[in-house]
Design a protein around this ligand. Structure first.
Ligand code: ATR
Length: 278
């Protein structure tokens, strides 16, 4: 029986067990996926011992994505670009780490908009410059866009992302001060919120979408609530919208495939399971 985990601290809020549990049942697999809460002093030991304890691998969530990046023996090229690891497995006796948030974001756009969506996107605007923004930029950079603007309240963090992800990038990565968003929005066919604004309990993200291109897509990675104030504003401007739940579901696909040997599908039934839990 293959076993996998999600490790974090705290861990009780993780929805990953619901996703992987749904797939294990749907595909009739003899496997398990469990939550593991590990205190910071013990994370190194956990990483060194999970395979001996019978786990094929697992997911890493807050606050350990950077520690996992530093602790694994091998990383995928994508994880190197993002500087964080959220998926672990063992191959040829060593621990590997990948970052599937980037794939999850892009996989969700492919599923929501149809493959080829990037043909209509010359410029993307990413709002925010935390770990999620890094993954989104790393994902977008694999598609043939012309340029990506990263805008953040604290501009220096946007500049860090641009500096780290620019080397070897076919897509130009630029930054924009938050106050200058109005100059970028009219050129952006894809606008992505990666900030915490709009989450339940947080202030809304309010940007002026009136001058966005008419074919623009507005995506939010916040999924509680599913319809954020940003997405509601985009819909009011007749812009296409992509909600954040799909990214969460799609980022889980590569891990499940590695641990359990089946490529799972993101279905309406899976979405309904998570929606019922929000
Ligand atoms: P994550 O790793 O999930 O991306 P994070 O690192 O905490 O989370 O990043 C949160 C993002 O939301 C940051 O870009 C943050 O902007 P700063 O870098 O300036 O802090 C952004 N954010 C949070 N509250 C904000 C607010 N009131 N206005 C604008 N941006 C905000």
């Amino acid at each position: 029986m293959a076993k996998a985990f999600v490790v974090g601290h705290p861990i009780k809020h993780s929805r990953s067990p619901l996703i992987h549990g749904h797939w294990l049942k749907a595909y009739g697999l003899d496997g398990s996926y469990e939550r593991i809460d590990v205190a910071p002093v013990n994370f190194g030991d956990f990483l060194a011992s999970f395979h001996e304890r019978g786990f094929a691998g697992g997911n890493v969530t807050l606050p350990y994505k950077e520690a996992a990046y530093l602790g694994v023996a091998r990383r995928t090229e994508r994880a190197q670009r993002v500087g964080a690891v959220n998926t672990l497995w063992v191959e040829d006796g060593v621990i590997w780490g990948d970052n599937t948030d980037a794939l999850g974001f892009i996989g969700n756009l492919d599923a929501s908009l149809g493959t080829g969506w990037e043909q209509d996107v010359e410029t993307a605007l990413v709002l925010g410059a935390g770990g999620a923004a890094r993954a989104v930029v790393a994902g977008l950079q694999d598609r043939p866009l012309k340029r990506i603007f990263v805008a953040n309240r604290t501009l220096a963090k946007a500049e860090d992302i641009a500096r780290d992800l620019r080397p070897g990038s076919a897509v130009s990565i630029e930054t924009s001060p938050w106050e200058a968003l109005g100059r970028v929005i009219p050129h952006a066919q894809l606008i992505v919120n990666t900030t915490s604004l709009g989450m339940t309990g947080q202030p809304p993200l309010t940007i002026d979408l009136s001058r966005a291109p008419r074919n623009a897509v507005v995506a939010d990675i916040v999924y509680v609530p599913l319809e954020t104030p940003l997405l509601a504003a985009a819909a009011a401007h007749n812009l296409r919208t992509v909600d954040g739940l799909g990214m969460l579901l799609h980022q889980a696909v590569p891990g499940f495939r590695r641990w359990f040997g089946v490529t799972p599908e993101v279905t309406p039934a899976l979405r309904a399971v998570i929606l019922a839990d929000l």
